[in-house]
Design a protein around this ligand. Sequence first.
Ligand SMILES: CC(C)(COP(=O)(O)OP(=O)(O)OC[C@H]1O[C@@H](n2cnc3c(N)ncnc32)[C@H](O)[C@@H]1OP(=O)(O)O)[C@@H](O)C(=O)NCCC(=O)NCCS
Length: 179
Amino acid sequence: MKEFMIRDIKFGDFEDLIDTYYSYYAEIKENPELGITLFRKMPSLGSEVDWFRDLYKEKLNGNRIAVVAEADGKVIGICEIARNRPGSEVDHIGRLGIAIRREYRSKGAGKMLMEEALRQSKGKFEQIILEVFEGNTAAIKLYEKMGFREYGSLKNAIKRSGKYIGHKLMYLEMGKAKE
Ligand SMILES: CC(C)(COP(=O)(O)OP(=O)(O)OC[C@H]1O[C@@H](n2cnc3c(N)ncnc32)[C@H](O)[C@@H]1OP(=O)(O)O)[C@@H](O)C(=O)NCCC(=O)NCCS
């Protein structure tokens, strides 16, 4: 088993996270099944700075959980849970996203990241929801292991290079949150 360090995101993780994110744009050329929704064009570094600033701000505001996995001295994956429309009547729900760099998959990091993100979600979110590509067996198995259940699906949710992929919708009950 590979050694991973699981910890909260730090301000200094920006470069590693962007490098990892950009690696998915390289990967998709060889792996068209990649289970992450990407932009049609690779976002500029400037828009990535905006993404990171928002993520960090929302974490400080208590509206985001962001846990990273480190291996070989760099960040190679992230699991985020974002509060649904903060300040609204649906803000007891968190939306989960997770991705690990290709070379580090299927070595236990995904499970460790999710365990930590879900641990931090207790008392914060009452339900966690996510969308997963219907053929993404590794992700679906991981989510089921963590207790997620399917509540629906959406055909043709993704349009990638002219081909359609369906989404499976999943949820996890977390119990009451602190007011
Ligand atoms: C989905 C993802 C986060 C899982 O993380 P991971 O580190 O690869 O998974 P882990 O090694 O922790 O394995 C956790 C469980 O997932 C399942 N799994 C992992 N890799 C698998 C594979 N190649 N085939 C089938 N199941 C697999 C297994 O059930 C495994 O549990 P087990 O080891 O007890 O059998 C990761 O593969 C990834 O980043 N994929 C690309 C991005 C993506 O699809 N993100 C999800 C968007 S919804």
